[in-house]
Ligand binder design. Structure first.
Ligand SMILES: C[S@@+](CC[C@H](N)C(=O)[O-])C[C@H]1O[C@@H](n2cnc3c(N)ncnc32)[C@H](O)[C@@H]1O
Length: 257
């Protein structure tokens, strides 16, 4: 099977780096784990340096962009993890589950290879109406993202006992994901920023061009600022990004179920 990110992942590492505040929240969720499998690891953001990390990703292009000192990365798919049951204390997946062809199978695989917990950093599709970019300029994102991101109920069905933690996006977020520039709208005009964000590479170019032209015009005329007074100065915004963690106890979740 061809890895989609071999095509849409070029230039990823130039636009995407771990944000230290989100990294701290992910590290906290990993708790007392000492060994971690990072699934859909890409260029290696959010891999804690104090833990024994193994990475897995299907895209050679993404693996190529990992820093020299990053954890070893094996080419593989979430849906068929090449590890024995219970090989790691924790399995981690950061902004990747929505790209998997069989999300339920991949999540069951994470549960299978983890002894203690599964930790996800993902986005709750119930929050689709919270971001001005989607509501005012690019409603096509809703049609792309809502079906492909698991709901919190979908996750709870596979990972019983999940805890969901809100992760508001800081106004100066250092990881250039889709919601990162909510307080810096001019950033979306930059093609280099858009190249690091999958929706801008997966929606038709004409749709993106139309949306960006409208945003550009609204920024020049002041219409965007009129519609969003004070937004540029807000400290953080909840756009639906969530850390989901599930403690695995064999009496609760049969590892082989
Ligand atoms: C948005 S990137 C996230 C990369 C990294 N976790 C990060 O936070 O920067 C999505 C990653 O998911 C990977 N991916 C896509 N389909 C996958 C699958 N079925 N199993 C595992 N990883 C997959 C892609 O190759 C890509 O590296």
């Amino acid at each position: 099977m061809e890895a989609v990110y071999d095509e849409i992942g070029t230039d990823y590492a130039a636009a995407r780096h771990a944000d230290p505040r989100i990294a701290r929240a992910i590290r906290e969720a990993l708790g007392d784990a000492t060994s971690v499998l990072n699934v859909g690891a890409g260029s290696g953001s959010y891999e804690p340096e104090d833990l024994d990390v193994t990475a897995v990703d299907p895209s050679e292009e993404m693996i190529r962009q990992r820093p020299r000192a990053a954890a070893p990365c094996i080419k593989g798919w979430a849906e068929d993890l090449p590890f024995e049951d219970g090989s790691f204390d924790a399995a981690l997946a950061v902004l990747t589950v929505h790209h998997w062809s069989d999300r339920a199978r991949g999540l069951r695989e994470m549960r299978r290879v983890a002894r203690k917990r599964v930790v996800l950093f993902t986005w709750d599709p119930a929050s689709v109406d919270t971001f001005w970019m989607v509501v005012e300029y690019l409603p096509e994102v809703a049609a792309l993202d809502v079906p492909r991101f698991p709901t919190m109920a979908d996750l709870a069905a596979i990972l019983p006992g999940v805890r969901v933690k809100r992760v508001p996006v800081p106004r100066d977020c250092e990881d250039g994901f889709f919601g990162a520039f909510w307080a810096r709208p001019e950033a979306y005009l930059d093609p280099r920023v858009r190249r690091g964000i999958s929706v801008f590479r997966q929606l038709p170019a004409a749709v993106i061009e139309r949306a960006i032209e409208r945003l550009d015009a609204d920024l020049r005329s002041g219409a965007w600022d009129e519609r969003h007074p004070g937004l540029r100065d807000a400290a953080e915004l909840d756009l639906g990004y969530r850390i989901v963690d599930a403690e695995l106890r064999d009496e609760v979740i049969g590892r082989h179920a």
